[in-house]
Design a protein around this ligand. Structure first.
Ligand code: AMP
Ligand code: FES
Ligand code: ZN
Length: 295
């Protein structure tokens, strides 16, 4: 039973409905073009594993080529599990893939970050965005696809709204076009509820990691998700109307002028400040722990 659409589906028709809706969404937002090489970022979690399977099914019809990527963030008792699950999914589908080892490529792990600072997730987010973008730009991919679902997007939107982060709100879009040094980012599940993703993964018996990252405990985003889900129980289509407002092409926020980007003086990647957030984090990790570095 899908209360927001007031329909009931059997297994076969739910799967068909789910995949068709994602395909329509990809086409509507012009996420890809025939001939594109698309990098699928897989964390082994249900969202990105479902994304990989659906994109794999649609790839021929959309005329695109897929390549998978997983970042081994070096989180003890966690990274090895999701890297193995991601590999298993890539190999099952025959999708070529790359595993990027953060320690080998950049000399540190997220465990190193956690030893020095709190709010690890926010810093890990900077790292993941940077590494995915750098890899995609250097390897010449046309787009990076991530598994952010409707609930993730609306929770981030609510949190940005409450913090008065207008610039952040303007970035909550299913597609962020390419800019100099930044690859196009697409979120094909941005109109799909988390619950539907779980149902799809379960009906298709997909291999996903159920363990959660040890640093995600007590995340405020989870509280925003709960709040939106409570509202949804009474008003079944509320998430969709919120999303439609935010994703609207001509919305006031979308028209906001984008600041020009400079180049990080250390790594040369796009940055609004002299040194990008990733390089600041790396430099701070190299400083002695006794030097109090605030990020
Ligand atoms: P998160 O930031 O953990 O909410 O993840 C959002 C999306 O980012 C996932 O659905 C994946 O597409 C991507 N992602 C997260 N972690 C990784 C990782 N370790 N390697 C590759 N992609 C990732
Ligand atoms: Fe980055 Fe948990 S995956 S902090
Ligand atoms: Zn940099």
């Amino acid at each position: 039973m899908l209360p927001y659409a007031n329909v009931r589906y059997c297994k076969t028709h739910f799967i068909e409905f789910f995949e068709n809706r994602i395909e329509r969404f990809i086409v509507k937002y012009k996420m890809v073009e025939p001939g594109d090489r698309v990098l699928i970022a897989v964390s082994g979690g249900k969202d990105s594993v479902v994304l990989l399977h659906v994109m794999w099914k649609l790839a021929d019809r959309l005329g695109i080529k897929l390549h998978g990527v997983t970042i081994d963030l070096g989180i003890r008792n966690y990274s090895s599990i999701y890297v193995a699950v991601s590999k298993k999914n890539f190999e099952k589908l025959g999708v070529p893939y790359t595993i990027i080892d953060l320690k080998d490529a950049f000399g540190f792990t997220i465990d190193d970050v956690a030893k020095r600072w709190r709010r690890v997730c926010a810093k890990c987010g900077i790292v993941k965005r940077y590494v995915l973008n750098k890899f995609a730009v250097e390897e010449g991919y046309d787009a990076v696809a991530t598994g952010h679902n409707l609930d993730d997007m609306m929770a981030v939107a609510l949190s940005s709204l409450m913090r008065g982060d207008v610039e952040g709100l303007g970035k909550i879009k299913p597609v962020l076009p390419a800019r100099e040094g930044l690859v196009k980012k697409i979120k094909p599940l941005a109109f799909t509820r988390e619950k539907d993703v779980k149902i799809y993964a379960c009906l298709n018996k997909l291999d996903v990691v159920s363990a959660r990252c040890p640093y995600s405990r007590g995340s405020t985003l989870d509280d925003f998700k709960h709040a939106i889900n409570m509202l949804e129980e009474k008003h079944p289509s509320i998430k969709y109307s919120f999303a439609r407002t935010l994703y609207r092409e001509q919305g006031g926020l979308a028209r906001m002028k984008e600041e020009p980007l400079g180049k990080c003086k250390i790594c040369g990647m796009p940055s609004k400040s002299l040194v990008c957030g990733f390089c600041r984090l790396r430099q701070a990790l190299q400083a002695s722990p006794r030097d109090r570095v605030f990020l």
